[in-house]
Design a protein around this ligand. Structure first.
Ligand SMILES: *Cc1c(COP(=O)(O)O)cnc(C)c1O
Length: 407
């Protein structure tokens, strides 16, 4: 073989590129790989993929995804993290890893809708049963935990109606009964409260959930342009169980997407505070609008679970996400509510949240819950997500839509 660098198509593949040493830019690089080259067979046989001591294959992690995993775990006070293609896939992966035929999973009645569809669909088909519990009644949760219960999902605040549960009480109940707790912490984003330190331990370990899932799609990315999820733990054994399922399912995230989330993370605290401030101001103002019979936001004193929110999140700036919901007076029919949503100009009609643009979704709550909760007035629920636009413009937008459709 000729000496010197290979030429032709081989030269394009075996190029003499060496990553730059001493290039100390603060932003992490985008490392893309399926194959990772081993120096010899011994290294190929001995390199471990289950922890972060080496790189074996792109599916099992790259410097870019390892960096993101470490930062996400740190943000929440966790120790290990797995990245998955979406928030929903974080929920699905957790269920598939921790549940077997004959097991039961408990889900709050106000859980993220597609999570309920998952337990009713695939999990039921695999012989895994579920029960819905009242998120505002820890005793109901305690009563529903049975001998087959292996996993309890928690959400604070709840999806769409934003009631804030007594999280420490529910975690204690599950602890006492040796049931794993999984918190969907998308709303809290690791900022509003510390899920692995719910109640500081006096001498003993702090009260903590066993694992959290996030839709990184929302605030961690912050641009509305990436779908990704995470599963964070503090227990290496639990992490390994989840990681084995993650590996066997072949889940992986794109390097460019991971880098986009890494780019969003440094500003998450500022963005979260801004979304919070705007949503709180809008929710407070919305209470004075006669068309809204109830406004749901944990910081409002008469919103369900306000006291639990105040105790866990302390109420200062950045202790709530940018979401609030209104219940529209039932004297306005569905067509008038639809017209109200259509009349909004800055609040766009669309699912998800966490990006710079404000969004709105009307919901048919009666179809989403096993029962209409006693703490909710009757009417049509409309959920708002405050983006990063000017508060005065957003308020004027809701005002003009009210004038046109709900007067
Ligand atoms: C959006 C969301 C999810 C799902 O996230 P995707 O990345 O869109 O799949 C899960 N849980 C909650 C609470 C959410 O708001």
């Amino acid at each position: 073989m000729a000496s010197g660098p290979p030429v032709g198509s081989t030269g394009l593949i075996h190029h003499p590129y060496v990553p730059p040493h001493g290039f100390a830019a603060p932003q992490p690089a985008v490392h893309k790989a399926s194959t990772v080259i081993f120096p010899d067979v011994a290294a190929m046989r001995s390199t471990e993929w289950k922890d972060k001591t080496g790189y074996t294959y792109g599916l099992h992690g790259t410097p870019t995804t390892f960096t993101l995993e470490e930062r996400l775990a740190t943000l929440e006070g966790g120790l290990q993290c797995l990245l998955v293609p979406s928030g929903l896939s974080a929920i699905a992966t957790t269920c598939m890893s921790l549940l077997r035929t004959g097991d039961e999973v408990l889900v709050p009645d106000n859980a993220y809708g597609p999570a309920k569809t998952l337990v009713q669909g695939e999990l039921m088909a695999w012989g895994i049963t579920h029960r819905y519990y009242d998120p505002m009644d820890p005793q109901d949760l305690a009563d529903k935990i049975g001998p087959a219960t292996r996993l309890v999902w928690l959400e604070a605040a709840g999806s769409v109606t934003l009631e804030f549960p007594d999280l420490p009480a529910m975690v204690r109940i599950c602890r006492e009964r040796n049931v794993i707790t999984a918190l969907d912490n998308t709303w809290g984003a690791g900022l509003a409260f510390a899920p692995f330190d719910l109640v500081p331990g006096t001498g003993e370990a702090p009260l903590a959930v066993d694992l959290t899932v996030h839709a990184l799609t929302k605030y961690p990315n912050g641009g509305g342009d990436v779908l990704m999820g995470s599963i964070v733990t503090r227990d290496p054994q639990l992490h390994l169980r989840l990681k084995l399922t993650h590996m066997r399912l072949g889940l992986s995230v794109g390097a460019n997407d991971a880098e986009a989330v890494l780019r969003g993370l440094p500003s998450i605290v500022l963005r979260y505070q801004a979304h919070d401030a705007t949503a709180r101001a809008l929710a407070t103002w919305a209470q004075s609008q006669p068309a809204f019979v109830q406004v749901l936001h944990p910081a409002l004193p008469d919103s369900p679970g306000h006291a639990h929110w105040r105790e866990l999140c302390h109420g200062g700036p950045g202790s709530a996400a940018g979401l609030f919901a209104v219940i529209i007076d039932p004297r306005f029919g569905q067509d008038r509510v639809d017209a109200f949503c259509d009349a909004l100009q800055l609040f766009k009609l669309g699912y998800s949240w966490g990006g710079p643009m404000s969004l709105v979704v009307p919901y048919e709550l009666a179809q989403m819950r096993t029962q209409w909760p006693a703490y909710l007035r009757r009417g049509t629920v409309v959920r708002f997500s405050a983006g990063l636009e000017a508060l005065a413009d957003l308020q004027a937008d809701i005002e003009q839509a009210l004038q046109r459709s709900l007067r």
